[in-house]
Design a protein around this ligand. Structure first.
Ligand code: TLP
Length: 346
């Protein structure tokens, strides 16, 4: 990739640190399908400890973690209750239908990002001769598409409690769970103590090259391990890629740097004529170029030409993600490059 490119397309672009590479080189390994890889076993132990669950499973991607959770929690033909802008709905290739044979019912949670108890009650369907029952409620924290919003614990708990009253399990897509924890100054295990399973990514802001963790009860993880194998996710000497994940988990608080850089980026972009960028809560900056009259597609192309990686979200909104490989100086440089775009756009 172009070394002068300031890549803000996503926090998935983070590259492993030297320490991660050394850990990969020196990792103790074994055949993880037989549970013989000591590094993967330690990563799974550490992950479960961090989110306060009985067990955890190392998976190759966040998508696989979410899809395994859907498959384990639901029976074919049930209904999945999803927030309409969720990653599971928008960006997982219709996996719930393809891999779990469930249908989805969408709820618009708006800026709250997770359904209210009333919305859960309203959307809940009891199984009958005619109707598929609600098999699972999925929540997302932080909420990526609504701007990396850190959802307060009480909102998650209120939705989870209502689902519990209805006998519906809850899965939390916590791809950026530690970003939420840092932003809310709330330990991750408290944010997820009332959900049945949680997935979080090692490969995003935490900077590991590969993988995510799926965590839950011992029984849930045992079944999840089988489904991972079914989905082709059984791995052999995976300690090589799990070791960097253990390094990543040593310092989740570093995410505060990304949040600080995001605030700097948003405030400077918001000062530019024709651009609007609300104050971010975590590492996701959303830029609205409608006043400028520039579509997100045009804005992303212009950024690319100017040496800034960006990702279109909607017709006039673009996402910029800060992450460990982007410094404060890079942010200043990115703003200068975007400023030149705005000035030269007639
Ligand atoms: C909330 C959430 N849950 C799950 C995933 C899936 O993780 P991976 O499958 O990419 O590891 C993502 C990745 N999100 C990626 C990104 O943000 O660039 C893309 C959109 O897939 C996510 O944002």
């Amino acid at each position: 990739s172009d070394p002068t490119m300031i890549d803000l397309r996503s926090d998935t672009v983070t590259k492993p640190s030297d320490r991660m590479r050394e850990a990969a080189r020196d990792a103790d390994v074994g055949d993880d399908v037989y549970r013989d890889d000591p590094t993967v076993n330690e990563l799974e132990r550490r992950a479960a400890e961090l989110v306060g669950t009985e067990a955890a499973l190392y998976v190759p991607s966040g998508t696989m973690g979410n899809q395994i959770a859907i498959r384990v929690h639901t029976d074919r033909g049930e209904e999945l209750l999803l927030e309409q802008e969720s990653h599971i709905h928008r960006w997982e290739v219709g996996g719930a239908a393809q891999l779990s044979a469930v249908q989805t019912r969408l709820v618009d949670a708006g800026d709250r990002c997770v359904p209210t108890p009333e919305q859960v009650w309203e959307a809940y369907v009891e199984e009958s001769l005619h109707r598929p029952g609600t098999g699972l409620l999925c929540l997302e924290n932080t909420h990526n598409y609504r701007g990396g919003i850190a959802v307060p614990k009480e909102f998650v708990d209120a939705a989870a409690e209502t689902a519990g009253e209805l006998g519906v399990p809850v899965h939390l897509d916590g791809a950026r769970l530690f970003n939420a924890g840092v932003a809310l100054d709330t330990p991750a295990d408290e944010l997820v103590e009332n959900v049945d399973s949680v997935m979080f990514c090692l490969s995003k802001g935490l900077g590991a090259p590969v993988g995510s963790m799926l965590a839950g009860s011992r029984e849930f993880i045992a079944e999840a391990r089988r489904i991972r194998k079914l989905f082709g996710g059984g791995m052999r000497q995976a300690g090589v890629i799990a070791a960097p994940g253990l390094v990543a988990l040593e310092n989740v608080d570093r995410l505060a740097d990304d949040h600080e850089n995001a605030r700097l980026l948003a405030s400077e972009l918001d000062d530019l004529e024709g651009l609007r960028s609300p104050e971010p809560e975590t590492n996701v900056v959303v830029v609205d170029s409608s006043e400028l009259g520039m579509t997100a597609e045009e804005f992303v192309a212009a950024c690319e030409n100017a040496g800034v990686g960006a990702g279109a979200f909607d017709e006039y909104t673009t996402r910029l993600c800060t992450h460990r490989d982007v410094s404060g100086a890079d942010i200043e440089a990115a703003v200068e490059r975007i400023e030149s775009i705005v000035e030269s756009f007639e």
